[in-house]
Ligand binder design. Structure first.
Ligand code: G16
Length: 557
């Protein structure tokens, strides 16, 4: 009978989860005991509830996922877990893990991904823990995991447990001192497909795709490949050639699996030929999405959320009974706020991180939400959901019979447009980034700043408010402090600065800008160009380029 072993270990001091889990270079996770220490800390954070529980395990197919999944199962066996559900070859998208946790009433799930960060031996790996509601562990849980990791002296594992996650099926083991332990290796897609069929009118989308309407879905060699092929090709009848880069690769084919205009250039170029009516890309673990219309017409994530919010009740059966409320993360432009106001629904503004939406959903306050970082989703699960977002868009296109661009123009004609752009300065030194933020902090409430007029590109701005965003959760009263430095101007325009919580080395500084434009003809202009004067003001106020020693950003969205 296989029996648990206790392995002596030393704590690592750097296992503090970021915006969504622990993300580090793969080689860091490959150090002896590093992965095991973090997993043991997760398991211990569950306390007594762990014994006899069900956990879901899976990841985005990047290098080390399969091996890590098998080791995690061995650790679950030794720690008293009764049942583990794992995807075939260790593959599950992040939204799918959330769906299965909820469906199976599991205690939680361990997701093996560094999301949109590149994968492979020389790139990144990551581990995150989702709790029983299916959502990313809230701050209280991640703090507990980090605290445990700082003094961990041993981990438990059943080394001689024979597991093969490549073979679908159910195995029951008797573990010495722990009793029965069940491992269910399941098809990675089926449960998720069933959920989507219950949300959308697949017949309506099938009719759209059976006509002249052409789609191009680029999975960027990430986890969505099997999901997109099953759903868009097998179920909805799109030609097989509509889904590309659809085999999950350990290094994402050397690509950066981040669905934006820079890293999904292959999709942008293909859409620019005018051969397709609708294009989409996803990130490595399938929770982010980018939407493009014909001729590579770009739909900003803030606009995408607002259009879905406006049309969901009319076009998506799941929402027919009504929307409870909307939400967005603080740096996301406020387009959805205008929809909420018109529909007389509540709107919530939370810090960056999907985990902050979970409590609102669990309390029945929130149905639809999104983030500027290409995340869109609803209360069908507790993660943002790339494929869901594309099915929502196709449902709207099927019902309204408008093009993507026309839909956006219709929307701006009613609501005006919240122009948005984001500048990312990747791989800065942490020291430079800290100095920049010390400087920005020192500007909060600065009287001279508040009185000054800032001029650029023929425009003039005056500051109405400066602060470091703080959020009090209306459900449990928990407070998240220092979530982004904001400069809000008298005309409602905003500049926001944050340090990314998803990088694996150094610091990535993000500068977000948005401004409201009521005139339809001006709404149609290029957002990056229209916002240029505000960018100049932001750079002047912050002295960002001097502090970071950069003369341009790495990525502009
Ligand atoms: C994660 C979170 C998102 C969040 C994003 C922000 O996304 O799940 O809710 O918006 O991080 O990233 P950063 O801190 O770098 O700005 P993902 O897709 O990386 O899991």
């Amino acid at each position: 009978m296989p029996s648990p072993q206790s392995v002596k270990t030393q704590p690592f001091g750097d296992q503090k989860p970021g915006t969504s889990g622990l993300r580090k270079p793969t080689k860091t996770f490959l150090q002896p005991n590093y992965t095991e220490n973090f997993v043991q800390s997760i398991l211990l954070s569950c306390g007594d509830a762990l014994r006899g529980s069900t956990l879901v395990v899976g990841g985005d197919g990047r290098y080390f996922v399969k091996q890590a999944a098998e080791n995690i199962i061995r650790m679950c066996a030794a720690n008293g877990v009764s049942r583990v559900i794992v995807g075939e070859n260790g593959i599950f998208s992040t939204p799918c893990v959330s769906a299965i946790i909820r469906k199976e009433k599991a205690l939680g799930g361990i997701i093996l991904t560094a999301s949109h960060n590149p994968g492979g031996l020389d790139n990144d790996f990551g581990i995150k823990f989702n709790t029983a509601n299916g959502g990313p562990a809230p701050d209280g849980v991640t703090t507990k995991i980090f605290e445990i990791s700082k003094s961990l002296a041993e981990y438990k594992i059943v080394n001689d447990l024979k597991i093969d996650v490549a073979v679908v099926g159910k195995s029951t083991f008797k573990i010495d001192g722990c009793g029965d332990f069940v491992v269910e290796v399941v098809d990675s897609v089926s449960a998720y497909l069933d959920l989507m069929k219950g949300i959308f009118d697949f017949g309506a989308i099938k009719t759209l795709l059976s006509g002249d309407f052409k789609i191009l879905i680029n999975c960027l060699n990430g986890v969505t490949g099997p999901y997109a092929t099953r759903i868009f090709v097998d179920e909805l009848g799109a030609p097989a050639s509509s889904v590309v880069n659809c085999i999950p690769l350990e290094d994402f084919g050397g690509a950066h699996p981040d669905p934006n205009l820079v890293y999904a250039k292959e999709l942008v170029d293909a859409m620019a030929t005018g051969a397709y009516d609708f294009g989409a890309a996803f990130d490595g673990d399938g929770d982010r999405n980018m939407v493009l219309g014909k001729n590579a017409f770009f739909v900003s994530p803030s606009d995408s959320l607002a259009v879905i919010a406006d049309k969901a009740e009319q076009c998506v059966p799941y929402f027919k009974s009504g929307i409870k409320g909307f939400a967005r993360s603080m740096p996301t432009a406020g387009a959805v706020d205008l929809v909420a106001k018109k529909k007389q629904k509540p709107i919530y503004e939370v810090p960056t991180g999907w985990k902050y939406f979970g409590n609102l959903m669990d309390a029945g306050l929130l149905s639809l939400c999104g983030e500027e970082s290409f995340g869109t989703g609803s209360d069908h699960i507790r993660e943002k959901d790339g494929i869901w977002a594309i099915l929502a868009w196709l449902s709207i296109l099927a019902k309204t019979k408008r093009s993507v661009q026309d839909l956006l123009h219709d929307h701006w004609a009613v609501y005006g447009r919240n122009l948005f752009t984001r500048y990312d300065y990747e791989n800065c030194s942490s020291e430079d980034a800290n100095k920049l933020f010390e400087h920005l902090e020192s500007l909060i409430g600065d009287e001279t700043l508040l009185k000054s007029e800032w001029r650029a590109g023929g425009k003039s701005y005056r500051i109405a408010l400066t602060d470091n965003f703080e959020y009090s959760d209306p459900v449990d009263g928990s407070v998240a402090k220092k979530q982004g430095i904001r400069f809000v101007f008298k005309d409602g325009s905003r500049i926001v600065f944050r340090i990314s919580g998803t990088g694996s080395t150094g610091a990535t500084v993000r500068m977000y800008l948005d401004s409201y434009e009521p005139e339809l003809e001006r709404c149609k202009q290029d957002a990056a160009k229209t916002l240029r004067p505000l960018v100049d003001v932001a750079l002047k106020i912050s002295s960002l380029e001097t502090h970071l020693k950069r003369d341009k950003p790495t990525v502009i969205t």
